[in-house]
Ligand binder design. Structure first.
Ligand SMILES: C[S@@+](CC[C@H](N)C(=O)[O-])C[C@H]1O[C@@H](n2cnc3c(N)ncnc32)[C@H](O)[C@@H]1O
Length: 425
Protein backbone atom coordinates (compact mmCIF):
# COMPACT_ATOMS: atom_id res chain seq x y z
CA UNK A 1 0.00 0.00 0.00
CA UNK A 2 1.33 3.45 -0.85
CA UNK A 3 0.35 6.74 0.75
CA UNK A 4 -1.46 9.12 -1.58
CA UNK A 5 0.10 12.48 -0.94
CA UNK A 6 3.59 13.72 -0.12
CA UNK A 7 4.96 16.31 2.27
CA UNK A 8 5.61 18.59 -0.70
CA UNK A 9 1.91 19.41 -0.77
CA UNK A 10 2.36 21.34 2.45
CA UNK A 11 4.77 23.62 0.59
CA UNK A 12 1.70 25.33 -0.86
CA UNK A 13 1.08 26.70 2.56
CA UNK A 14 4.52 28.34 2.83
CA UNK A 15 4.13 31.82 4.17
CA UNK A 16 0.70 31.37 5.68
CA UNK A 17 0.27 33.00 9.10
CA UNK A 18 0.62 31.07 12.36
CA UNK A 19 -2.68 29.75 13.69
CA UNK A 20 -4.41 31.65 16.48
CA UNK A 21 -4.40 30.16 19.96
CA UNK A 22 -7.33 27.88 20.72
CA UNK A 23 -10.17 29.66 22.49
CA UNK A 24 -12.65 26.86 22.70
CA UNK A 25 -12.47 23.62 24.54
CA UNK A 26 -11.50 20.61 22.43
CA UNK A 27 -13.52 17.53 23.11
CA UNK A 28 -12.21 14.00 23.37
CA UNK A 29 -12.09 12.13 20.08
CA UNK A 30 -14.98 9.95 21.06
CA UNK A 31 -17.47 11.56 18.69
CA UNK A 32 -17.63 8.65 16.32
CA UNK A 33 -19.92 7.32 13.65
CA UNK A 34 -20.48 7.06 9.91
CA UNK A 35 -18.97 4.90 7.20
CA UNK A 36 -15.44 3.56 7.52
CA UNK A 37 -13.19 3.96 4.50
CA UNK A 38 -10.67 1.11 4.54
CA UNK A 39 -7.73 -0.24 2.52
CA UNK A 40 -5.75 -3.31 3.55
CA UNK A 41 -3.46 -5.91 2.09
CA UNK A 42 -5.80 -8.77 3.06
CA UNK A 43 -9.47 -9.30 3.80
CA UNK A 44 -8.88 -10.25 7.47
CA UNK A 45 -7.10 -6.99 8.24
CA UNK A 46 -9.69 -5.06 6.26
CA UNK A 47 -12.47 -6.44 8.43
CA UNK A 48 -10.55 -6.05 11.66
CA UNK A 49 -9.56 -2.43 10.95
CA UNK A 50 -13.16 -1.55 10.16
CA UNK A 51 -14.39 -3.29 13.30
CA UNK A 52 -11.80 -1.53 15.48
CA UNK A 53 -12.60 1.95 14.23
CA UNK A 54 -16.38 1.59 13.99
CA UNK A 55 -17.25 2.08 17.65
CA UNK A 56 -20.36 3.38 19.30
CA UNK A 57 -20.57 7.13 19.79
CA UNK A 58 -21.95 6.86 23.33
CA UNK A 59 -19.81 7.98 26.23
CA UNK A 60 -20.40 4.87 28.34
CA UNK A 61 -17.28 2.96 27.29
CA UNK A 62 -15.00 5.98 27.42
CA UNK A 63 -16.15 6.75 30.98
CA UNK A 64 -16.37 3.19 32.27
CA UNK A 65 -14.48 2.28 35.49
CA UNK A 66 -11.03 3.90 35.61
CA UNK A 67 -11.40 5.49 32.15
CA UNK A 68 -13.75 8.09 33.63
CA UNK A 69 -11.52 9.15 36.48
CA UNK A 70 -9.46 12.06 35.14
CA UNK A 71 -9.62 14.16 31.98
CA UNK A 72 -6.81 13.97 29.43
CA UNK A 73 -6.62 15.63 26.01
CA UNK A 74 -6.94 13.40 22.89
CA UNK A 75 -7.71 10.12 24.60
CA UNK A 76 -8.14 7.15 22.35
CA UNK A 77 -11.51 5.36 22.33
CA UNK A 78 -11.19 2.37 24.70
CA UNK A 79 -13.24 0.10 22.46
CA UNK A 80 -10.88 0.75 19.53
CA UNK A 81 -7.95 -0.07 21.82
CA UNK A 82 -9.64 -3.23 23.06
CA UNK A 83 -10.47 -4.45 19.54
CA UNK A 84 -6.92 -3.81 18.29
CA UNK A 85 -5.55 -5.94 21.11
CA UNK A 86 -8.11 -8.72 20.71
CA UNK A 87 -7.39 -8.98 17.00
CA UNK A 88 -3.63 -8.42 16.79
CA UNK A 89 -2.15 -9.51 20.16
CA UNK A 90 -2.53 -13.20 21.00
CA UNK A 91 -2.96 -14.12 24.70
CA UNK A 92 0.42 -13.84 26.43
CA UNK A 93 1.70 -11.28 23.89
CA UNK A 94 3.46 -8.11 25.04
CA UNK A 95 1.80 -4.81 24.18
CA UNK A 96 3.57 -1.45 24.33
CA UNK A 97 2.08 2.05 24.25
CA UNK A 98 5.03 4.48 23.92
CA UNK A 99 2.74 7.55 24.12
CA UNK A 100 0.52 6.10 26.83
CA UNK A 101 -1.10 9.37 28.00
CA UNK A 102 -3.79 8.63 30.57
CA UNK A 103 -3.34 4.88 30.07
CA UNK A 104 -6.44 3.98 28.05
CA UNK A 105 -4.66 1.37 25.92
CA UNK A 106 -2.73 -0.09 28.87
CA UNK A 107 -5.96 -0.44 30.86
CA UNK A 108 -7.62 -2.34 28.02
CA UNK A 109 -4.54 -4.52 27.40
CA UNK A 110 -4.34 -5.42 31.08
CA UNK A 111 -8.04 -6.24 31.21
CA UNK A 112 -7.36 -8.68 28.37
CA UNK A 113 -4.51 -10.26 30.36
CA UNK A 114 -1.70 -9.17 27.99
CA UNK A 115 1.76 -8.10 29.18
CA UNK A 116 1.66 -4.32 29.09
CA UNK A 117 4.21 -1.56 29.19
CA UNK A 118 3.82 2.16 28.72
CA UNK A 119 6.04 5.18 28.26
CA UNK A 120 5.21 8.88 28.21
CA UNK A 121 7.30 12.00 28.62
CA UNK A 122 4.52 13.65 30.60
CA UNK A 123 4.91 12.73 34.29
CA UNK A 124 1.17 13.29 34.86
CA UNK A 125 0.45 10.67 32.18
CA UNK A 126 2.73 8.20 33.93
CA UNK A 127 1.04 8.81 37.30
CA UNK A 128 -2.41 8.35 35.75
CA UNK A 129 -1.42 5.21 33.86
CA UNK A 130 0.16 3.77 37.00
CA UNK A 131 -2.93 4.49 39.09
CA UNK A 132 -5.41 3.20 36.54
CA UNK A 133 -3.60 -0.04 35.69
CA UNK A 134 -2.24 -1.03 39.11
CA UNK A 135 -5.23 -2.96 40.43
CA UNK A 136 -6.22 -2.80 44.11
CA UNK A 137 -7.65 -4.84 46.95
CA UNK A 138 -10.84 -3.99 48.84
CA UNK A 139 -8.81 -3.13 51.96
CA UNK A 140 -6.55 -0.77 49.99
CA UNK A 141 -9.58 1.02 48.61
CA UNK A 142 -11.17 1.29 52.06
CA UNK A 143 -7.91 2.73 53.39
CA UNK A 144 -7.75 5.17 50.47
CA UNK A 145 -11.16 6.60 51.39
CA UNK A 146 -10.24 6.79 55.10
CA UNK A 147 -7.03 8.67 54.32
CA UNK A 148 -8.89 10.99 51.92
CA UNK A 149 -11.41 11.80 54.66
CA UNK A 150 -8.59 12.49 57.08
CA UNK A 151 -6.99 14.91 54.58
CA UNK A 152 -10.36 16.57 53.89
CA UNK A 153 -11.12 16.84 57.64
CA UNK A 154 -7.85 18.61 58.33
CA UNK A 155 -8.43 21.00 55.41
CA UNK A 156 -11.97 21.66 56.68
CA UNK A 157 -10.67 22.43 60.17
CA UNK A 158 -8.25 24.97 58.70
CA UNK A 159 -11.06 26.51 56.66
CA UNK A 160 -13.37 26.85 59.67
CA UNK A 161 -10.54 28.22 61.81
CA UNK A 162 -9.79 30.74 59.03
CA UNK A 163 -6.17 29.62 59.17
CA UNK A 164 -3.89 31.30 56.65
CA UNK A 165 -1.95 29.48 53.93
CA UNK A 166 0.83 27.11 54.95
CA UNK A 167 3.12 28.66 52.31
CA UNK A 168 3.35 31.48 49.77
CA UNK A 169 1.74 30.99 46.36
CA UNK A 170 3.01 32.46 43.09
CA UNK A 171 1.16 34.58 40.57
CA UNK A 172 0.14 31.56 38.46
CA UNK A 173 -1.90 30.09 41.35
CA UNK A 174 -3.26 33.45 42.50
CA UNK A 175 -4.52 34.07 38.97
CA UNK A 176 -5.89 30.58 38.54
CA UNK A 177 -7.93 30.30 41.76
CA UNK A 178 -10.24 32.48 43.84
CA UNK A 179 -8.52 33.29 47.17
CA UNK A 180 -10.90 31.09 49.23
CA UNK A 181 -10.38 28.16 46.81
CA UNK A 182 -6.61 28.55 46.95
CA UNK A 183 -6.77 28.37 50.75
CA UNK A 184 -8.82 25.17 50.61
CA UNK A 185 -6.42 23.61 48.10
CA UNK A 186 -3.54 24.63 50.35
CA UNK A 187 -5.25 22.82 53.25
CA UNK A 188 -5.68 19.69 51.13
CA UNK A 189 -2.08 19.78 49.85
CA UNK A 190 -0.78 20.21 53.36
CA UNK A 191 -2.90 17.25 54.56
CA UNK A 192 -1.64 15.15 51.64
CA UNK A 193 1.98 15.86 52.52
CA UNK A 194 1.35 14.09 55.85
CA UNK A 195 -0.03 10.85 54.32
CA UNK A 196 2.61 8.22 55.03
CA UNK A 197 1.26 5.48 52.76
CA UNK A 198 3.15 6.44 49.58
CA UNK A 199 0.88 4.70 47.06
CA UNK A 200 -2.24 6.17 48.68
CA UNK A 201 -0.63 9.63 48.68
CA UNK A 202 0.17 9.27 44.94
CA UNK A 203 -3.43 8.33 44.19
CA UNK A 204 -4.88 11.11 46.34
CA UNK A 205 -2.67 13.66 44.61
CA UNK A 206 -4.28 12.52 41.37
CA UNK A 207 -7.67 13.09 43.00
CA UNK A 208 -6.56 16.63 43.80
CA UNK A 209 -5.41 16.97 40.18
CA UNK A 210 -8.80 15.74 38.94
CA UNK A 211 -10.48 18.62 40.80
CA UNK A 212 -8.09 21.44 39.86
CA UNK A 213 -9.61 22.69 36.62
CA UNK A 214 -13.13 22.43 38.00
CA UNK A 215 -12.31 24.69 40.95
CA UNK A 216 -10.15 27.07 38.90
CA UNK A 217 -11.06 30.12 36.82
CA UNK A 218 -10.15 28.15 33.68
CA UNK A 219 -12.63 26.76 31.17
CA UNK A 220 -10.52 23.65 30.46
CA UNK A 221 -6.98 22.29 30.54
CA UNK A 222 -6.41 23.09 26.91
CA UNK A 223 -7.90 26.58 27.17
CA UNK A 224 -6.62 29.76 28.75
CA UNK A 225 -10.08 31.32 28.68
CA UNK A 226 -11.09 32.68 32.08
CA UNK A 227 -14.60 31.85 33.25
CA UNK A 228 -16.40 33.13 36.28
CA UNK A 229 -17.40 30.31 38.61
CA UNK A 230 -19.07 31.16 41.89
CA UNK A 231 -17.81 28.38 44.10
CA UNK A 232 -19.27 28.09 47.59
CA UNK A 233 -16.96 28.05 50.55
CA UNK A 234 -15.88 24.44 51.24
CA UNK A 235 -16.71 23.25 47.70
CA UNK A 236 -13.10 22.30 46.80
CA UNK A 237 -12.84 20.18 49.96
CA UNK A 238 -16.20 18.48 49.35
CA UNK A 239 -15.21 17.78 45.76
CA UNK A 240 -11.94 16.20 46.90
CA UNK A 241 -13.89 13.96 49.29
CA UNK A 242 -16.41 12.82 46.68
CA UNK A 243 -13.76 12.35 43.97
CA UNK A 244 -11.75 10.13 46.33
CA UNK A 245 -14.79 7.93 46.91
CA UNK A 246 -15.37 7.90 43.16
CA UNK A 247 -11.76 6.81 42.50
CA UNK A 248 -12.10 3.98 45.02
CA UNK A 249 -15.30 2.81 43.29
CA UNK A 250 -13.71 3.03 39.86
CA UNK A 251 -10.63 1.13 41.04
CA UNK A 252 -12.96 -1.50 42.48
CA UNK A 253 -14.83 -1.89 39.19
CA UNK A 254 -11.52 -2.23 37.34
CA UNK A 255 -10.15 -4.76 39.85
CA UNK A 256 -13.25 -6.91 39.60
CA UNK A 257 -12.90 -7.04 35.77
CA UNK A 258 -9.20 -8.02 35.82
CA UNK A 259 -8.64 -11.63 34.79
CA UNK A 260 -6.88 -13.73 37.46
CA UNK A 261 -3.09 -13.55 37.11
CA UNK A 262 -3.15 -10.58 34.68
CA UNK A 263 0.49 -9.42 34.49
CA UNK A 264 1.27 -6.09 36.20
CA UNK A 265 1.74 -3.12 33.94
CA UNK A 266 5.12 -1.44 33.66
CA UNK A 267 4.85 2.33 33.11
CA UNK A 268 7.83 4.66 32.90
CA UNK A 269 8.57 8.29 32.16
CA UNK A 270 10.57 8.42 28.96
CA UNK A 271 10.95 9.65 25.43
CA UNK A 272 9.41 7.49 22.71
CA UNK A 273 12.35 8.42 20.46
CA UNK A 274 14.75 6.72 22.88
CA UNK A 275 13.30 3.44 24.06
CA UNK A 276 16.71 2.14 25.14
CA UNK A 277 15.27 0.51 28.28
CA UNK A 278 13.17 -1.84 26.12
CA UNK A 279 14.97 -4.91 24.78
CA UNK A 280 15.20 -5.28 20.99
CA UNK A 281 12.61 -7.70 19.61
CA UNK A 282 10.73 -7.97 22.92
CA UNK A 283 7.40 -6.39 21.92
CA UNK A 284 4.72 -8.18 19.89
CA UNK A 285 2.40 -5.26 19.31
CA UNK A 286 2.52 -1.49 19.66
CA UNK A 287 -0.87 0.21 20.00
CA UNK A 288 -0.59 3.95 20.37
CA UNK A 289 -1.86 7.38 19.53
CA UNK A 290 1.16 9.61 18.82
CA UNK A 291 1.03 13.35 19.58
CA UNK A 292 -0.64 15.36 16.80
CA UNK A 293 1.33 18.12 15.08
CA UNK A 294 0.67 21.58 16.51
CA UNK A 295 -2.62 20.88 18.30
CA UNK A 296 -1.90 20.31 21.96
CA UNK A 297 0.62 21.61 24.40
CA UNK A 298 0.69 18.97 27.10
CA UNK A 299 3.40 20.73 29.07
CA UNK A 300 1.38 23.97 29.22
CA UNK A 301 -1.98 22.20 29.68
CA UNK A 302 -0.63 20.32 32.66
CA UNK A 303 1.75 22.89 34.16
CA UNK A 304 -0.61 23.65 37.06
CA UNK A 305 -1.25 19.98 37.79
CA UNK A 306 2.50 19.23 37.68
CA UNK A 307 3.11 22.12 40.10
CA UNK A 308 0.48 20.91 42.57
CA UNK A 309 1.57 17.30 42.32
CA UNK A 310 5.30 18.10 42.60
CA UNK A 311 6.03 16.41 39.25
CA UNK A 312 9.23 17.15 37.33
CA UNK A 313 8.07 18.31 33.89
CA UNK A 314 11.29 19.79 32.47
CA UNK A 315 11.89 16.85 30.07
CA UNK A 316 8.35 17.29 28.72
CA UNK A 317 8.93 21.01 28.24
CA UNK A 318 11.96 20.40 26.03
CA UNK A 319 11.12 17.02 24.47
CA UNK A 320 7.38 17.10 23.77
CA UNK A 321 6.70 16.04 20.19
CA UNK A 322 4.32 18.15 18.09
CA UNK A 323 3.62 20.79 20.73
CA UNK A 324 1.74 23.86 19.59
CA UNK A 325 4.25 26.15 21.29
CA UNK A 326 7.10 24.64 19.27
CA UNK A 327 5.49 24.01 15.87
CA UNK A 328 3.45 27.21 16.02
CA UNK A 329 6.67 29.19 15.61
CA UNK A 330 7.70 27.39 12.44
CA UNK A 331 6.54 27.82 8.87
CA UNK A 332 4.13 25.04 7.81
CA UNK A 333 6.71 23.05 5.81
CA UNK A 334 9.30 23.25 8.56
CA UNK A 335 6.67 22.36 11.18
CA UNK A 336 5.54 19.25 9.32
CA UNK A 337 9.19 18.22 8.68
CA UNK A 338 10.01 18.67 12.35
CA UNK A 339 7.09 16.48 13.39
CA UNK A 340 8.05 13.89 10.76
CA UNK A 341 11.63 13.83 12.05
CA UNK A 342 10.40 13.18 15.59
CA UNK A 343 7.88 10.55 14.52
CA UNK A 344 10.60 8.99 12.36
CA UNK A 345 12.86 8.67 15.39
CA UNK A 346 10.01 6.96 17.24
CA UNK A 347 9.28 4.61 14.31
CA UNK A 348 12.96 3.53 14.18
CA UNK A 349 12.72 2.66 17.87
CA UNK A 350 9.39 0.93 17.28
CA UNK A 351 11.01 -1.25 14.62
CA UNK A 352 13.91 -2.10 16.94
CA UNK A 353 11.74 -3.18 19.90
CA UNK A 354 9.23 -5.13 17.79
CA UNK A 355 9.60 -8.89 17.54
CA UNK A 356 9.82 -10.44 14.05
CA UNK A 357 6.31 -10.39 12.59
CA UNK A 358 5.22 -7.75 15.09
CA UNK A 359 3.57 -4.50 14.16
CA UNK A 360 2.20 -1.14 15.23
CA UNK A 361 -1.39 0.11 15.21
CA UNK A 362 -1.42 3.90 15.30
CA UNK A 363 -4.51 6.03 15.90
CA UNK A 364 -4.38 9.62 14.69
CA UNK A 365 -6.82 12.27 13.55
CA UNK A 366 -6.31 14.91 10.88
CA UNK A 367 -5.32 18.28 12.25
CA UNK A 368 -4.84 21.81 10.99
CA UNK A 369 -1.48 23.49 11.13
CA UNK A 370 -1.43 27.20 10.23
CA UNK A 371 -4.87 26.75 8.66
CA UNK A 372 -3.63 23.95 6.40
CA UNK A 373 -5.15 20.50 6.82
CA UNK A 374 -2.60 17.90 7.90
CA UNK A 375 -3.72 14.46 6.79
CA UNK A 376 -2.46 12.05 9.43
CA UNK A 377 -2.92 8.93 7.26
CA UNK A 378 -0.81 10.39 4.47
CA UNK A 379 2.00 11.53 6.73
CA UNK A 380 2.17 8.32 8.76
CA UNK A 381 1.63 6.18 5.68
CA UNK A 382 4.63 7.88 4.10
CA UNK A 383 6.81 7.70 7.21
CA UNK A 384 6.30 4.04 8.21
CA UNK A 385 7.89 2.45 5.13
CA UNK A 386 10.82 4.92 5.30
CA UNK A 387 11.64 3.47 8.70
CA UNK A 388 11.24 -0.20 7.95
CA UNK A 389 7.54 -0.61 8.78
CA UNK A 390 5.33 -1.73 5.96
CA UNK A 391 1.91 -0.09 5.66
CA UNK A 392 -0.48 -3.07 5.63
CA UNK A 393 -3.77 -1.32 6.17
CA UNK A 394 -5.63 1.85 7.02
CA UNK A 395 -9.15 2.61 8.16
CA UNK A 396 -10.56 6.13 8.33
CA UNK A 397 -13.76 7.62 9.65
CA UNK A 398 -15.13 11.18 9.66
CA UNK A 399 -14.79 13.10 12.92
CA UNK A 400 -16.56 16.40 13.45
CA UNK A 401 -14.31 19.26 14.45
CA UNK A 402 -15.25 21.43 17.42
CA UNK A 403 -12.23 23.68 17.33
CA UNK A 404 -13.15 27.03 15.74
CA UNK A 405 -9.97 27.82 13.73
CA UNK A 406 -9.68 24.32 12.23
CA UNK A 407 -13.47 24.07 11.77
CA UNK A 408 -13.03 26.44 8.81
CA UNK A 409 -10.12 24.40 7.44
CA UNK A 410 -12.21 21.25 7.43
CA UNK A 411 -15.36 22.87 6.12
CA UNK A 412 -14.85 21.40 2.61
CA UNK A 413 -12.63 18.37 3.15
CA UNK A 414 -13.94 16.37 6.05
CA UNK A 415 -11.68 15.77 9.02
CA UNK A 416 -11.07 12.07 9.76
CA UNK A 417 -9.59 9.81 12.38
CA UNK A 418 -7.35 7.01 11.13
CA UNK A 419 -6.14 3.66 12.32
CA UNK A 420 -2.94 2.58 10.56
CA UNK A 421 -1.52 -0.93 10.62
CA UNK A 422 2.26 -1.06 10.09
CA UNK A 423 4.27 -4.30 10.18
CA UNK A 424 7.94 -4.86 10.79
CA UNK A 425 9.52 -5.86 7.48
C1 LIG B 1 -2.55 11.63 21.84
S1 LIG B 1 -1.80 11.61 23.42
C2 LIG B 1 -2.01 9.92 23.94
C3 LIG B 1 -3.34 9.74 24.63
C4 LIG B 1 -3.57 8.33 25.14
N1 LIG B 1 -3.69 7.36 24.08
C5 LIG B 1 -4.82 8.29 26.03
O1 LIG B 1 -5.80 7.62 25.66
O2 LIG B 1 -4.82 8.97 27.06
C6 LIG B 1 -0.09 11.72 23.03
C7 LIG B 1 0.85 11.60 24.21
O3 LIG B 1 2.19 11.73 23.73
C8 LIG B 1 2.97 12.25 24.81
N2 LIG B 1 4.27 12.68 24.28
C9 LIG B 1 4.60 13.82 23.63
N3 LIG B 1 5.90 13.81 23.30
C10 LIG B 1 6.41 12.64 23.74
C11 LIG B 1 7.69 12.03 23.67
N4 LIG B 1 8.73 12.64 23.11
N5 LIG B 1 7.85 10.79 24.19
C12 LIG B 1 6.82 10.16 24.81
N6 LIG B 1 5.60 10.71 24.93
C13 LIG B 1 5.38 11.92 24.39
C14 LIG B 1 2.08 13.31 25.41
O4 LIG B 1 2.47 13.59 26.73
C15 LIG B 1 0.70 12.63 25.31
O5 LIG B 1 0.40 11.98 26.50
Amino acid sequence: MASRRSTRDYAKARGSRPAQAAHRQRRALSHVGGAVDVEASNEQDRRALTWALRVSSDEVASRAHVHGFHSYPARVHPVTAQRCIVRWARPGASVLDPFCGSGTILVEARLLGRKTSGVDLNPLAVELSWCKTRGSSASERKRLVELANRVADSAEERRLAKAGPTRRYGAADREMFEPHVLLELDGLASGLSRVEDLDAARMLRLVLSATLTKVSRRAADSSERVVEKRLASGFAIRLFRSKSRELAERLGAFASSLPPGAPKSNVQTGDARELGHIRAGSIDLIVSSPPYPGVYDYWAHHAARSRWLGLADRALKTGEIGSRRQLGQLEPVAAVRRWQMDLGAFLRQARRVLAPGGGALLVMADTALHNVPVRADELLGELGPKHGLELCGRASQARPDFHRPSERVFARQVRREHLLWLRKR
